[in-house]
Design a protein around this ligand. Sequence first.
Ligand SMILES: C[S@@+](CC[C@H](N)C(=O)[O-])C[C@H]1O[C@@H](n2cnc3c(N)ncnc32)[C@H](O)[C@@H]1O
Length: 438
Amino acid sequence: MATSRLNSVLDAFEGLTPDPSWAFLELTQKQTAYATHGYHRYPAKFIPQLAARLIQSYSREGELVVDPFMGSGTTLVEAKLLRRPSVGADINPVAHLIAQAKTQAIEPERLAHALSILAEQIATSYQPNLFTALPTLQSKTRHECWGERLLYWFSEATLRQLAQIHRAIDSLDVSAERIFAYCALSHTLKSVSYWHDRSVKPMRKLDKRIPDARVVFLRHLKRMARGNREFWNLQVQRNALTVPTTPLCTDARQLPVEDGSASLIVTSPPYVTSYEYADLHQLSVLWFGWAGDLREFRERFIGRSNGVHEPRGELHSRLATQIVEQIAETSPRKAREVALYFEEMYDCFREMRRMLKRGGHACIVIGNTRLCGVEVQNAQVFAEQLETLGFTLERVILREIPSKILPRTRDKATGKFAKTAEADAIAYPVEYILVARL
Ligand SMILES: C[S@@+](CC[C@H](N)C(=O)[O-])C[C@H]1O[C@@H](n2cnc3c(N)ncnc32)[C@H](O)[C@@H]1O
């Protein structure tokens, strides 16, 4: 790549100041969790209004919108309300469950009926034996290690309550209602486990006061039912009920989307060795039996720090190579993780180019971070990689992240949020929105 071209991409970042209209500071928590957006916690969720603004700015009604890292499905919900068909993907089955639940509005009276049957079943059924009660057990060996891991996180009493809920959900007739209730069950797991409420990392607090799982679940189900009604009514008003939305559990590097069929990509990729998504969702993964081997499960995630193999070498960004070399001076292992991350992200951008039609846009929301004292300029590296692939960087927006959404600092050892003075790792007080046109 010619040096002058490289410089021009990086020039777009020079002297940028945050654009307050993209911070959405005026929004309350209720507004950002409207409709189905409050169904389930998820790290680094989009503000729905941000996704909606990008969709409105860069696509028209009826045009296909794709989010290759859909997470909890924020982009898909907003695309539906704006009458754009959408496809989303995530490697994480927990994200897939949430996105399915969030994007599928259920006729409110039908849902109310199903939920009253569910509540009745939970109140009247009884599960005396823990191990016959647990779902998805297939073999004795699997049962033994799986049971052991569950008992690390939950008391026996809680496991019985959860099993009772799960059985009751299994008996519901309609798939959409089952997905809705599994999503509520998944959301319930953290608060009824020993997981430290204030830690994002898997850390136990054995003296935690654990509420009855059935009470927590039914309360959350009611909250979700209100969200479902709001989502349903909005779709009725906007004539959007039949707009197709397809959340998939698959890899962002290989999506079943036709060549040149998408008008817009709106996405926020994972960060390099920031959150281990695989670990953060291990309660749901364990409970639903989605990964027999947690190690193998982790290896599918981009940005992981576990299961890192030797990168192939080509990062398609001069800046990426410099960053990796600088990190290697202190930690060759971290340098390999970062190199693999950039390499895998490049594969994702190539897939985005394949799916997009000429003139289509890719909006990538990403922050920079620091590793081993080196600034990892994800946004600038992505801009270089996108240019290499033939995209034109049309616009770079810098936005401040309100602290209520993402804390500024985090303690490395515990994962707990820390005061600035005590913190040793910076979270992302600002992030970039790269708007690249094909
Ligand atoms: C920043 S989150 C996206 C959050 C999303 N915008 C939302 O509103 O919930 C990044 C996502 O990338 C997913 N991911 C990581 N590796 C992936 C891969 N190889 N293919 C698809 N998704 C992957 C993670 O599971 C995570 O959900």
